[in-house]
Design a protein around this ligand. Structure first.
Ligand code: GLU
Length: 271
């Protein structure tokens, strides 16, 4: 019996080792290569978008990975991803970390690991001004969003009679709204605010006070990439403590920006 238990323990240990070997150790590998490859958005101000002057991708998500890479002593390489492509890109090893407006949820956490929450928002709609007061006004209507997003899943539940049109990304969905092809665009409020701020005809649109979900953002890493996940979590907790995380928030959402958002969250360790 004792022998059998020992054998079992050896087998379990081997299985655990094999699993973590599969996930690799991004912290060690990236340090060796001198570069951290980041999957980010490139058309969603102020999270990840191309700065008109420098032609570089900048934003809230980018500042977080820059701080993490700095702590690792490596460079950052940014690779644009979509909501649908970000998890496969990570799993196939094309990117090392996702910093792309990504909500943490139980379904996704079966496939990848998440950092502690580093941003918090909720899902709303952009509509033509005055056209939508309650969810009832969206019944039977066409609503645009992005493929592979929580927005797509949430809106199907919140307005089951609507026809959901899924685009590759939100700016395309907003174009459909401008062309009158959909009655609303839905995703996280902070993303909608960014789209609206850049729209030339913004006075025709609004974000009604209709929130259908909470969306806590996490940085996504390969499942079982424990050293890296721990390092990232430790770093963002330190950034909270030092005030760097708040400074990043203020840079993109604070009083000097067009958003004037209140920071209603603090980065804390997940329970
Ligand atoms: N945060 C939501 C999600 O992770 C919507 C934004 C996005 O598509 O990136 O699906």
């Amino acid at each position: 019996m004792k022998k059998l238990v020992t054998l079992f323990m050896i087998m379990a240990l081997a299985a655990i080792t094999a699993k973590s070997a599969l996930a690799g150790d991004t912290l060690a590998d990236a340090k060796k290569k001198g570069v951290l490859v980041v999957g980010c958005k490139d058309s969603l101000p102020p999270f990840g978008y191309i700065d008109e002057k420098t032609r570089q991708i900048v934003g809230y998500d980018i500042d977080f990975v820059n701080a993490i890479a700095k702590k690792m002593g490596v460079k950052v390489e940014l690779k644009p991803v979509t909501s649908a492509s970000r998890m496969p890109q990570l799993q196939e090893g094309h990117i090392d970390i996702i910093a792309a407006t990504m909500t943490k949820n139980a379904e996704r956490a079966k496939v990848i690991d998440f950092s502690h929450t580093y941003f918090f928002t909720g899902q709303k709609f952009i509509t033509k001004k005055g056209s939508v007061k309650t969810l009832k006004d969206l019944e039977g209507k066409k609503i645009g969003t992005a493929k592979g997003s929580t927005s797509e899943q949430n809106v199907k539940k919140a307005v089951p009679s609507a026809t959901v049109l899924s685009f590759d990304d939100y700016p395309q969905a907003f174009l459909a709204l401008q062309q009158g092809k959909v009655a609303a665009v839905t995703t996280d409020e902070a993303i909608l605010a960014g789209i609206l701020a850049k729209a030339p005809n913004k006075s025709q649109f609004e974000i009604p006070a209709l929130q259908i979900s909470d969306e806590p953002y996490g940085l996504g890493m390969r499942k079982g990439d424990t050293n890296f996940v721990n390092f990232v979590n430790k770093t963002i907790l330190e950034m909270e403590k030092s005030g760097e995380a708040k400074a990043i928030f203020d840079r993109w959402f604070g009083p000097s920006t067009q958003f004037h958002l209140d920071r209603t969250f603090k980065i804390t360790a997940d329970k």
